[in-house]
Design a protein around this ligand. Structure first.
Ligand SMILES: [Fe+2]
Length: 219
């Protein structure tokens, strides 16, 4: 089976044909896509590929934006966070069905393949200059504050803030939602887990802020 990397020559050919079609854009026969239209197309592609990943991404976006607002991020930073959270798992488009849709626990080898999705996501976003600011979210949302995450094993504040926020929202959503092979964790247990992992998996300051925010929300 061809891997993502082995199809790089094809991707150059695809790029060339796009460049040729730029002529028709210049001559006005094709209207350029707006950023919003392009985002929607990418989002729909992800939803068509795997609806669960899409539903997960929508909830991750909600939690990430809630935390971003609480932290006092600017309007522009919230906009970037919203786009990045929505597309943080866009790289899963490039993961084989038998792994992506497997209804039971993954083997070590399958898990290693899933771990390619941040880099695949970054490469999907790379051709769109207007989306470069959200590449750090797609690429680094599985880094851990203690340096034990992936793909680059970044540590502490070397991990971009937006990726540290999405990492928390991602883990919270994953723990509180059931999957075919595991039950949903209670809200209280999930918040305890986040407290425990603050300083290890999560940025401690953000972890505490997230738990505080969720506790206030359920009161
Ligand atoms: Fe992910």
């Amino acid at each position: 089976m061809r891997s993502w990397n082995s199809s790089i020559i094809d991707s150059y050919q695809i790029q060339e044909s796009f460049l040729e079609s730029d002529d028709s854009v210049t001559h006005g026969s094709i209207k350029a896509l707006s950023l919003n239209e392009f985002l929607q197309a990418l989002a729909m592609a992800l939803a068509a590929r795997n609806i669960e990943t899409w539903e997960h991404s929508v909830l991750v976006t909600k939690y990430a934006v809630m935390l971003g607002l609480r932290l006092g991020l600017s309007e522009e930073e919230i906009k970037q966070l919203r786009m990045g959270a929505l597309l943080h798992d866009i790289g899963k488009i490039g993961i084989r069905d038998d792994i992506l849709l497997k209804p039971c626990r993954l083997t070590e080898d399958e898990y290693d393949r899933i771990k390619n999705h941040p880099e695949i996501g970054a490469r999907i976003l790379e051709p769109a200059k207007a989306l470069h600011s959200i590449i750090p979210i797609a690429l680094h949302h599985h880094e851990h504050f203690n340096g034990k995450g992936y793909p680059q094993g970044l540590r502490g504040e070397k991990i971009p803030l937006s990726a540290r926020i999405v990492s928390l929202a991602d883990a919270f959503e994953a723990m509180t939602s059931g999957r075919l092979y595991r039950r949903a964790m209670s809200l209280q247990k999930t918040l305890e887990e986040i407290q425990l992992e603050s300083g290890r998996q999560f940025d401690p300051y953000l972890g505490h802020a997230f738990v505080e925010m969720m506790e206030e929300n359920i009161r």
